[in-house]
Design a protein around this ligand. Sequence first.
Ligand SMILES: [Zn+2]
Ligand SMILES: [Zn+2]
Length: 251
Amino acid sequence: MSKCKCLLGKSKKLSSRSLQYVDHLLKQLLPGRCDFCLAPSTSSRSWCNACFKTLPWNNHACYQCAEPIPDNTYSLCGHCLKQLPAYDIARVGLRYEGEVALLIQRFKFNADPRAGVLLVDLMHASLQQLFPQELPQALVAVPRHPQRAKEFGFDQAQWLSQQLSKRMGIPCLAARRIRSTPTQRGLDRSARLRNVQDAFVVGVALPPHVAVVDDIMTTGASLEGLAKACRIAGASRVEAWAAARTPLALS
Ligand SMILES: [Zn+2]
Ligand SMILES: [Zn+2]
């Protein structure tokens, strides 16, 4: 599959902004169309009510780490019952399934700006629904290794974090990956945790309450690794935010 490396790429910010501006103008000219099914919509959002309702919401999930769990079961998953994660709570409104998986793949692998904006819209809406009360004082994205970011054409977690920062009025602070780690794909949970051990550093003093941000949360190992680095940098409460959580069978 050929990858578009320009639309959201750092070196082509103007291109990305221009496309988003055109997209904004089109939405003004053609209001009320759902981004999923293109049906007329009375909603002021980017989706119609029917599509919004049928999205794979992560409603039955572990209270601590947001891992999807079967209905009518414990509020904590098996992993959290054994050992709590390094972050205080995970806030992940959607499961990585169906339309949401397709949307994230368009965003991640094709650098599709419309998919990116829609993903931010959904993430923002789900965060507002889940936890409207006390917002973190800073967002810290899980940093991709520069080589990986180069392969994709942009750093997805950083881009999501920057967009949420603008929407929610929360400053976005940078972390660094201080050593290269093999891909997490195919590794089990404990191997993933070992893989990211001491991989991140936050070079600035953090406020007490922060959120670490990633695009997809699988076992949460990367978010855990960054959460530990945030605590070293001064944070006492760390939330883990992601656009979608992989279902139990894939984690
Ligand atoms: Zn629709
Ligand atoms: Zn859990």
